[in-house]
Design a protein around this ligand. Structure first.
Ligand SMILES: [Ca+2]
Length: 212
């Protein structure tokens, strides 16, 4: 138990230090909007106190994809400065809010070099964790997973792009995106520790104080 606690503290320290070096602007949407991002389709930034928003993974605000009874067509991207030859670590929290439980949604994450080519550094589609039974409508429970990928930059600017690929565009099942970070990757030994620790973690955020 002690070792596990120490490991958790170590991971938290790495994550915290990484967030301080985030190459992205407004990666956690804490401006309350998409400042720094280019957005098309159904995506909004909303506050955690809104029962239709869901609890954020980090801070006060998070992004909702395909909120309401709309088709999942959101594309959210940001171009940032990079150093060619440097290995970067992309991390983001992706989750699902569902008023029934037992569903998943899918998100495509691409890293596109400005040097040319299409989607040439990273192209991964992730599935959210299974949604939880919220125990009653509008309690804003969200199941988050934390996802990490590395890529090697080959130009001075690079674009991160998320595309909503949810297969269940119901009004009561929405995707959630938060805590997006791109930082210079830690040394391989630290990275292995970090990824090993992150993989089993699935987060459930529930605003216990939200009762109306
Ligand atoms: Ca946030």
């Amino acid at each position: 138990m002690v070792k596990r606690s120490l490991l958790f503290i170590g991971l938290s320290t790495i994550l915290a230090s990484g967030l301080q070096a985030n190459n992205l602007i407004n990666g956690s949407f804490q401006t309350g909007d998409f400042t720094g991002w280019a957005v098309s389709g159904s995506a909004v930034v909303c506050a955690g106190g809104d029962p239709f928003c869901g609890v954020p993974f980090d801070g006060t605000f998070s992004a909702t994809l395909n909120g309401g009874d709309v088709s999942p067509d959101a594309v959210v991207s940001q171009t940032f400065a990079t150093t060619p030859g440097t290995v970067y670590l992309l991390t983001f929290a992706y989750g699902i809010m569902d008023f029934v439980g037992g569903a998943t949604q899918q998100l495509r994450a691409e890293v596109i070099s400005s040097a040319g080519g299409v989607h040439d550094l990273l192209d991964q589609t992730v599935s959210s964790p299974l949604s939880v039974d919220p125990g009653g409508a509008f309690n804003a429970a969200v199941s988050y997973g934390l996802y990490s990928f590395t890529f090697t930059a080959d130009d001075t600017t690079t674009t991160l792009q998320f595309s909503d690929l949810a297969s269940n565009p119901s009004g009561s099942i929405d995707g959630k995106l938060d805590a997006v970070s791109i930082e210079v990757a830690p040394e391989p030994s630290s990275l292995l520790l970090m990824l090993t620790g992150i993989a089993p973690l699935v987060y459930r955020r529930k605003r216990s104080s939200f009762k109306k």
